[in-house]
Design a protein around this ligand. Structure first.
Ligand SMILES: NC(=O)c1ccc[n+]([C@@H]2O[C@H](COP(=O)([O-])OP(=O)(O)OC[C@H]3O[C@@H](n4cnc5c(N)ncnc54)[C@H](O)[C@@H]3O)[C@@H](O)[C@H]2O)c1
Ligand SMILES: Nc1ncnc2c1ncn2[C@@H]1O[C@H](COP(=O)(O)OP(=O)(O)OP(=O)(O)O)[C@@H](O)[C@H]1O
Length: 308
């Protein structure tokens, strides 16, 4: 009789954080105790020294045959988990050990319950839109990447302004002298785009945001376009300087004058595991510490049995 494949979880840990290392040990104990096989990336396995584990060195194969990726860290670590997960369609579940942990599903005190949710497979999966990003120079494709949060095109040198031409669906929109341009997904709307004055977009909305960074122009408002739109940011050919493209603060390339960065909706989403029913509004209030104390809204009055 053929042996049954073990149920695998890839544990991604911010091993630079002592607390994350301790939590990884607890998560390993709980998952293994429930009969699951814990997989680790080679470098992290060396630091965590857990047994039994399965070790995979190639990041591209790390999520192969894995049921879920559990990330112990902040948003940066979850973005790292998303990179491992996306090609395989594996759900990512973040346990927050960072400062904000906006993309995380659970706080560390909740670890036992979260592991049980994983074991019982009682989590929901939310698909988050991504961006496909191409860089062209003289019509040649010189770089190809993707983003869950955003693609930002920025000046490489502090003392120089970036000069860009922005197009939407092959129509010119504006020329900006600026520090950069952020093209974000709804997921990224609470990250860099938010700091640059962009609107917060609820995750179930499908859209692409375009937010200039410190544009020296009268028209420099954030823009929201359809998810089917194609955006193009061209570094003005006569501009003297060097730009840089960053996606999710992880994947980058230098971009010379004349380069065109084309951004459209990506064909492969990132799947986030959800274990809470809390609406996005509550997550926003909690993570950004918004002042709602003493709030007496209609829903609150209803909950307290006073409809008026
Ligand atoms: N001025 C800025 O706000 C600025 C500048 C550069 C990069 N960033 C963001 O940093 C991200 C990379 O994160 P990192 O942790 O590796 O870098 P990091 O350690 O520099 O942290 C950047 C901050 O952005 C927060 N963040 C990341 N994704 C978020 C999201 N979807 N919603 C809300 N907050 C989010 C993180 O929690 C952290 O506080 C990039 O994708 C970009 O959005 C922001
Ligand atoms: N095992 C690791 N070793 C070294 N660096 C790591 C490791 N895991 C994550 N990092 C990097 O450390 C940086 C910060 O990580 P992370 O986002 O998890 O913490 P944070 O920024 O403090 O949290 P938050 O993003 O929620 O504020 C990220 O760039 C991330 O890629």
């Amino acid at each position: 009789m053929a042996e049954r494949e073990p149920r695998r979880v890839l544990l991604v840990t911010h091993t630079g954080r002592e607390q994350a290392v301790e939590v990884a040990r607890d998560a390993h104990r709980l998952l293994t105790g429930a009969g699951m096989l814990v997989r680790l990336l080679g470098g992290e396995a060396e630091e965590l020294k857990l047994d039994p584990v399965e070790i995979v060195d190639d990041p591209e194969k790390a999520a192969n045959d894995v049921e879920l990726i559990m990330v112990l860290g902040g948003d940066g670590s979850i973005l790292r988990g998303a990179e491992l997960a996306r090609p395989h369609g594996t759900p990512v579940l973040g346990v927050n050990l960072g400062h904000v942990g906006f993309l995380a599903e659970a706080e560390v005190d909740d670890l036992e319950r979260i592991v049980q949710v994983v074991v019982d497979r009682t989590y929901a999966v939310e698909e988050r839109m991504t961006l496909a990003v191409d860089v062209r120079l003289d019509d040649d494709l010189i770089f190809e990447t993707w983003a869950l949060n955003e693609a930002s095109v920025e000046k490489a040198a502090r003392e120089k302004m970036l000069e860009v031409l922005v197009e939407v669906d092959d129509r010119p929109l504006s020329r900006w002298g600026c520090d950069g341009v952020v093209v974000a997904t709804p997921t990224g709307s609470t990250a860099y785009a938010f700091s640059a004055g962009g609107p917060i977009v609820w995750p179930e909305v499908e859209a692409i945001l375009l937010v200039p960074l410190s544009a020296h122009a009268l028209f420099s408002r954030p823009i929201v376009v359809a998810p089917t739109s194609r955006l193009s940011i061209e570094l003005v050919p006569s501009w003297h300087g060097r730009g840089v493209l960053w996606c999710d603060g992880r994947r980058m390339v230098e971009v010379p004058p004349g380069a065109e960065i084309q951004v459209r909706r990506g064909s492969t989403p990132v799947r986030l595991a959800r274990a809470h029913e809390a609406p996005f509004t509550d997550r926003l209030v909690a993570k950004f510490d918004l002042p709602v104390l003493g709030w007496r809204g209609a829903a609150e009055r209803k909950r307290n049995g006073n409809g008026h």
